[in-house]
Design a protein around this ligand. Sequence first.
Ligand code: ZN
Length: 412
Amino acid sequence: MRTWSSVPLPHVPGVPRPLRLLDTSTGQVRPTAPGETARMYVCGITPYDATHLGHAATYLAFDLVNRVWRDNGHDVFYVQNVTDIDEPLLERAERDQDDWIVLGLRETALFREDMEALRVLPPREFVGAVESIPEIVEVIAKLLAAGAAYRADDPEFPDIYFDHTATGRFGYESKYDEPTMARFFAERGGDPDRPGKRHPLDALLWRCARPGEPSWEAELGAGRPGWHIECSAIAVNRLGMAFDVQGGGSDLIFPHHEYSAAHAEALAGTHPFARHYVHAGMIGLDGEKMSKSRGNLVFVSRLRADGVDTSAIRLALFAGHYRTDRAWTDSLLTEAQERLARWREAVSRSAGPAAEDTVARLRDHLSDDLDTPAALAAVDAWVAEALRGNGTDPSAPGLVRTAADALLGVEL
Ligand code: ZN
């Protein structure tokens, strides 16, 4: 698929700081240790609705990972998928009497526009599930041949399932106990009660064609892929094993990331799939998680249409820590708009207090598991001094503007 356009990324003077991130599988904040090219995979959208602020918060968190790595001089090989064939897309198309292909293309186009408007650095490869079906089929065939997958005991629809015990490590990524796994598996798209499976926690790899459903001819028999194997195949075929960061929202910890890792590890015979599993918190509205099923969504495109500056959306979401579940409120946006106005006023002055220490603190906080609240506070402190008329350094406003742009993606 076509990715979206990039904004220029200015160079920030001073000394970059290596990035440390919390890894879900170990529960520890650990240094990321990318080579010359850092490798990141972030799970993409299922394009049946517009980008809401929960999506934006996730992609903005990983945009900061990208920016801190680039500040450290790494090239970043960033891959993101689009789940352009899956149950939720088909259900929405059915509900709205829409064509699922048209719906998917329309919402993917809107997502690209939203990401561009939010100044999110684009993935190098933006990959659809449909265009990846041949490579997904190849991976499933290998899992079958290796005995890590099997056909359901169902003569009519012998769907292919993954034996979740195949790697002997299942559960290492989420660290959830079996009752928690069972609950999330059932709540988040799994099919524990499907007859013909060997174990309720075995996950679907290939769904045989049903009448009236889209399907693709393949050596496995006509059908379509499951969700987790899509990300395993797309990630491993581009980034290899043991890539630096696998990212997504915290609702992907299980089952999605657990199975994506298990599928890839069973295929490769090596461990791990990713060195860090990194998860962003959920954004709530009116005390509830923002989600399609609850219908309480604030769309990025709606805010843009209302004339909201996307740098204010960044500042509003960065006011909380990326891992924290937090609420979107009108006052959060208002405060972010006021902060943006103060910052812009300060950098428009002809001089200000020397900003080298401010930029150093900004880097310190971002490299410390993306501590954006502290990073914003560091800039606030400089802005407050500048607005008091303190400081005579003529290069300081430009330095702060450059650092906010490159490290936070905020345009001043
Ligand atoms: Zn994924």
